[in-house]
Design a binder for this molecule. Sequence first.
Ligand code: PMP
Length: 373
Amino acid sequence: MDRGVLNFFAGPTALPWPVIARMRGDIVDFQGTGMGVMEISHRAPEIEFLLADTAARVRRVLGLPADWEVLLLQGGGSLQFSMIPMNFSAPGDPVDYVDTGYWACKSIAEPQRMGRDVAVVASSADTSYRHVPPVSSIRPRRRARYLHLVTNNTVEGTQFRELPRTGVPLIADMSSDLMTDVFDASASDMVYAHAQKNIGIAGVTLVVIRRSMLEGIAARPSELPAILDYRTHAQHGSNYHTPPTFAIYVTWLMLDWIEGEIGGLAALGTLNRRKAATLYDFLDGTPFYRCLAERGSRSITNVTFALPSAQLHGQFLEEAGKAGFTGLAGHRSTGGCRASLFNGVTQEAVGRLVDFMDAFARQHRSQGGSFDE
Ligand code: PMP
């Protein structure tokens, strides 16, 4: 379906067309109820089924062992930054973090605010976050309650290829790469992702967590509100209070698309890696553009690059906009450009972006010169 725009936003972003096509009918009448899916009570059987079936689909698609819980929460990735220290540590407890950029820094600020003993055990700040620290250099304190890292750095365009296995429980923010490739449950103890990049729309945040982590939540500190306690949501099947039913419904459709149309995460990973390779191969072959992430750390979902001058940068975004490409400006904290290639972005869209970038480079090559960033 050509809607005249090719969407490369960093989230919210494009949804696969088959998902949108299904939504159109369900907005008017969901499963013969005569009501739109967002008009039905969260205690009605259709929605209780939707919650349970979404969790079941997450379990199947990720290949989660039986001792993991699936939680559908609200508050985005940002609320997880607070809930994690609140649930798994008390004031003064050691909690360890890896600093890989903008979102990692936000995750570190919360336990600091709460008086935890925070250690940044690895950081790539000294290279402006152009790479992620080698996994072998990540050594948390033995007493740390957990080790937190961001697997894919949406802003900088870097990604871990593997996760550290240290003996300390690993909690991973996978907001920008969960459900984009195969998932190894043995590598972590809790993973979370807001939905608005790869698994639906803003409003629902997926948390998958080993039951032993829930059991390990210390006698609840009296100041931990029930709604911020992971166990509350596990006990109530993610229906403790009114859940974001429409957002969960879209995730339910996305999971069906991944399972039914794409054939699961291995197949999806092949598609996503091909999209990324198309763009990186082009960038590597064209001196006009410069990739911002170091080769071994490049993200498959967020490709960051720069043009030779501020003037060309502005011109590029303007002409791209006129040609129907949207969302290509880099994050306000880093500048440059960024093309986000989440699940809803097609190979064809990436091909058209490369064609446009190639034509732009040919046209403006003479204005090239040295990079002024
Ligand atoms: N973590 C990562 C990796 C992100 O990319 C973002 C936002 N893009 C967040 C956390 C914050 O998520 P939210 O806006 O849902 O709070």
